[in-house]
Design a protein around this ligand. Structure first.
Ligand code: SF4
Ligand code: SF4
Length: 243
């Protein structure tokens, strides 16, 4: 399992928003409009993330730590390879130039998600705003979605859990993955990884891909970005700069 996660195949060639300056040249993007309680997610918004690999250091794992703390991923596994991992750092190396890149990898919140296509129960689902989730009440733990996901983004919970964040339901026998911290986004906050990264490398921007005036859309319009495994035509919501 960890081999699958730490290695991406050679084929991997790969609201309204406001900005707040936290350090010279570093801008923390904040979702300024929380969705009112009870109001369904809107298809007018498509949440996405842009990761600048030039600003991401291989020695930094602050996004991974923040994700684990936020989502209650703290279980001690007898076999560490079975531990849940919603976000991981991977190292890419161009075999011709030798140039390396370090980048966070998580659920790519695909527009056309194969995990949803194969799920026999409807537990894997995509919200109108593009966030792909698992309903743990419906998931039967068959793990078809884990096999279908080309990004190896999903984990299976192998043991009973304690000390959980009540806002982030997790449970034995279910499959799970990055939720873009949907519980935070729905309150007008950023994903925990993005908030942590703003204090570290400032490599992540989160925002509405459908809003041409959002920071993420303006950056994507200005710089070359990559969809990992664009050949699969899944149109992921996570984009990378610099690879
Ligand atoms: S990255 Fe994997 S788990 Fe996430 S939406 Fe795409 S196929 Fe599903
Ligand atoms: S493990 Fe759960 S979410 Fe994944 S395909 Fe099976 S029922 Fe669906």
């Amino acid at each position: 399992m960890s081999d699958r996660r730490t290695f991406l195949t050679a084929a991997a060639g790969l609201g309204a928003m406001g900005a707040m300056a936290v350090a010279p040249g570093v801008h923390l993007i904040e979702v300024s409009q929380a969705r009112p309680a009870g109001e369904p997610a809107s298809g007018k918004v498509r949440w996405g993330m842009l990761i600048d690999t030039n600003a991401c250091s291989s020695s930094c794992t602050d996004c991974v730590s923040a994700c684990a703390a936020e989502n209650g991923i703290n279980e001690k596994m007898a076999n560490p390879r079975q531990g849940s991992q919603w976000i991981r750092k991977i190292e890419l190396k161009d075999p011709r130039s030798g140039r390396g890149h370090s980048l966070p990898m998580m659920c790519q919140h695909c527009e056309n998600p194969p995990c949803v296509d194969v799920c026999p129960t409807g537990a894997s689902m995509k919200r109108a705003d593009g966030i792909v989730l698992v309903d743990r009440h419906i998931c039967i733990g068959c793990r078809y979605c884990m096999m279908a996901c080309p990004y190896k983004a999903r984990s299976f919970v192998h043991q009973p859990l304690t000390e959980q964040n009540p806002e982030v339901p997790r449970g034995l026998g279910c499959v799970e993955a990055c939720t873009f911290c949907v519980h935070r986004v729905d309150k007008g906050q950023m994903p925990a990884c993005v908030e942590a990264c703003a204090k570290a490398g400032g490599a992540m921007i989160f925002g509405d891909l459908n809003d041409p005036n959002s920071e993420i859309s303006r950056r994507i319009a200005q710089v070359a970005t990559t969809q990992v495994r664009a050949d699969l035509k899944l149109n992921p919501g996570v984009r990378y700069q610099g690879i």
